[in-house]
Design a protein around this ligand. Structure first.
Ligand SMILES: [Zn+2]
Length: 262
């Protein structure tokens, strides 16, 4: 059983959760050797307790006190737990009830549609913790920008993360100029990023892994630029330090999220 299987199993049932927590303990010694992030988060309790942990849903007052930097650190810590196979065990039915009166999430994550990226798990977040917008190729458009403005300006999120990933099918299709139904129009959103890095030496097709990686990173950077250029609200919030807009790259092999410039 690989760690992705285990991560998804955490969501299934309490019986499985206990078994999986035990497995996580057994495999802790061979977890990936990355620096242990210790953020002192309340929800970062160890799976060693082998009991369901009910992470609390944030109140408006708690959300308001958070800084963008603290939210970024909490996502980094959550990703560390995901990589180590020590995801927080949650009682989702309890969280559903507690979140039903309102939501005060910490961050907006713009992710690709890719099924191999369980965004909440990747950052070890539960119900009411984060807004997740998904579209193949994680680009912005009016609807995504409106959703981000709602998430930050109206609902109080402190961080926007544009999350690209390794081996992205949408990026590969844009590089190869795939034409198929509505996919053709969708890929036009990614083509400007392809054009920016086409000067790279070697094969200009998606078989060139280095080209795919560079276009993916450029697509994240371009999306961040477009968010600032097209949304007066979000640009102003960032200038006022009310939010941060950051880019990140998800490694399919390790589960590690690398944040740009952080
Ligand atoms: Zn993708």
């Amino acid at each position: 059983m690989d760690r992705y299987d285990r991560a998804s199993l955490f969501q299934s049932s309490s019986l499985v959760m206990v078994a999986v927590a035990a497995l996580s303990l057994q495999s802790a010694g061979c977890a990936l050797q990355t620096s242990q992030a210790m953020g002192g988060e309340k929800e970062a309790e160890s799976a060693q307790d082998l009991k369901p942990l009910v992470t609390r849903v944030l109140t408006r007052e708690e959300q308001e006190k958070l800084t963008p930097k603290e939210v970024l650190q909490s996502l980094k810590n959550g990703n560390q737990r995901f990589v180590n196979g020590t995801l927080t065990v949650r009682d989702h039915s309890s969280q559903i009830r507690k979140a039903s009166l309102g939501q005060f999430p910490k961050a907006v994550i713009l992710s690709c549609l890719d099924s191999r990226i369980p965004v909440e798990d990747v950052f070890d977040r539960g119900i009411g913790d984060i807004f997740v917008a998904r579209v193949a190729g994680n680009f912005e458009n009016t609807d995504i920008l409106g959703s981000m403005e709602f998430g930050c300006k109206v609902a109080g999120a402190k961080l926007i993360v544009v999350l690209g990933h390794e081996q992205c099918g949408a990026i590969k299709a844009a590089i190869d100029d795939v034409e198929l139904g509505n996919i053709t129009a969708m890929l036009k959103n990614i083509r400007p990023a392809v054009k920016r890095v086409e000067k790279i030496d070697g094969d200009k097709s998606s078989k060139n892994d280095e080209l795919v990686r560079k276009v993916t990173l450029e697509n994240v950077r371009m999306t961040m630029e477009n968010i600032r250029a097209k949304s007066d609200i979000l640009r102003q919030m960032e200038q006022d330090d009310a939010i941060n807009i950051v880019g990140a790259y998800y490694n399919m092999d390790t589960g590690v999220v690398t944040f740009f410039d952080h």
